[in-house]
Design a protein around this ligand. Sequence first.
Ligand code: HEM
Length: 531
Amino acid sequence: MDPKLLSLLAPVSSFFSLSSALVLSGGLVVYWILWVVYARHFHPLHKIPGPWLASVSRLWYMLQIARGDMEYTQRRLHAQYGPLLRIAPNEVACASPDAIKTIYRIQGALDKTDFYSVWNTQNFSKHPDVFTCISDKVHGERRRIMNHVYTLSNVLKSEEYIDKCTGLFLQRLAEYQDGSRPFDLGEWLQMYAFDVIGELYFGRMFGFMETSSDHESWIHSLDLLMPFLCMTAVAPTYVRSLILASALVVPGSLAALKAIENIGTSARRCVAQRFAEESKDEGQHRSDILDQLYRIHLEKGDKVDFNLGEIEQEAYVALFAGSDTTAIALRSVFYHLFKNPTVYKQLVQEIDEAAERGQLSSPVKYSEAIQLPFLCACIKEALRVHPGVALTMGRTVPAEGLQLCGTYIPGGYRVGMNAAVIHYDKSIFGPDADQYRPGRWLADDAAALDKYMLHFGAGTRTCIGKNISLAELHKLVPSVLREFQLDLREKGQVWRTRNLWFNKQEGVQVRVTARQFAKAKGDRAEPDVEI
Ligand code: HEM
């Protein structure tokens, strides 16, 4: 176009661009005003109380994720508003323990919300993994194929592999036992949890404990990416890609993405190697979880479509769902013992007496640990006061709607419960529900409390790996306490927590000293790595 004409038209075009910008922003303002009026006064959930911002925008939920303390906020708001709380325009959190059987029912179970779809991006299989699968029907079909692998008796077939990790953990602890050097117990517990998953699903420890370091920066990478993933999961669909893209401008995020990709590659490599060994009948036969998954493939792989990709997917999901969560649980047990010296003393006494009677192997076996009632109580109480998964576990209301606490929630809206709210319910757990008191699990009527524990979820989507974690917890805690005295580095030290769905703690620094302990039933299993 002629430059002269262009310069003549310039004021006209800037007038139009200014006016279209005004029209657009005016339109947006009007849209927002109308939306706010609708959300506050006509929306099907408008009568459910909650913070003003939450009733009109998901921004409120995103801000809570940024603060990392949603469980405290939710407990405070439920105390203020009652059992139903509107945490987003289309989502209701429920704090009534009796509603567990409604929201997480077995018959006609509710589908998960799209909160979950953010978490698996690796495309191992055309089937969704059981954790992130939205549809309960599809989930049921896939979970049935491998449910038997996760029964307690089956998991305990892998006990020797957990023992190898425990043995190495104890040796590492012994390196600090002169008490002069404090160390980050929390980080070591995470390395332990990762290495156990390595033994069970990848055929060997990854090398966290062997090298005393964050193997391929996996822990660091997860820490870097979790805020973005969690923020994305609670955000409205239309801004999700934007949030994920914004992660790329954070220093180190590309390296973190690469590390996460490496975890996927690792899963692929280990499974392929096992396939090759098994098909040639090479190598030492291991009865670990990977082996059990491989047996499913051999027996009915084509019939149920459970082949290489599906096994890789299982290993990958176990790494994500089972390492942070188990480490959080272990941290919670030790931390609460440090903070409650009388409980610590009572537990050590129980362990010592069992050892004196020759009832404990080294490392302690699961079957021996569960004979120690106070130990079991200490672990369960730690899972209660600090559940590892501490956001609302969202479900979609079916078409016919749902009655919750006397309020009708129409189909399509989201409902859910937060373990970190239910576990603090005084009507169930007593007036001291916010205290760590293992003794509550030893009372005559304690069994009645179990049905209100949501630390492993509920209903058809209950944690598939809970027996793995329970085995780790019950074996590691007494094995450590029998051999070492652990104390917080500073007496008044308080941990920091950050609730990004997984409610991870930081700052559990301890000093360790060796204890005189009764001889174990057997010798400790020696790890097969050079130290
Ligand atoms: C103390 C440790 C653990 C805790 C606290 C924990 C907690 C949970 C919770 C609360 C859920 C339900 C989530 C929801 O409905 O939103 C869940 C599901 C799941 N967990 Fe765990 N978990 C732990 C260990 C593990 C381990 C070791 C594995 C490894 C196999 C694992 C794998 C899974 C899977 C695959 C699901 C999805 C199950 C399904 O929907 O069928 N978890 N876990």
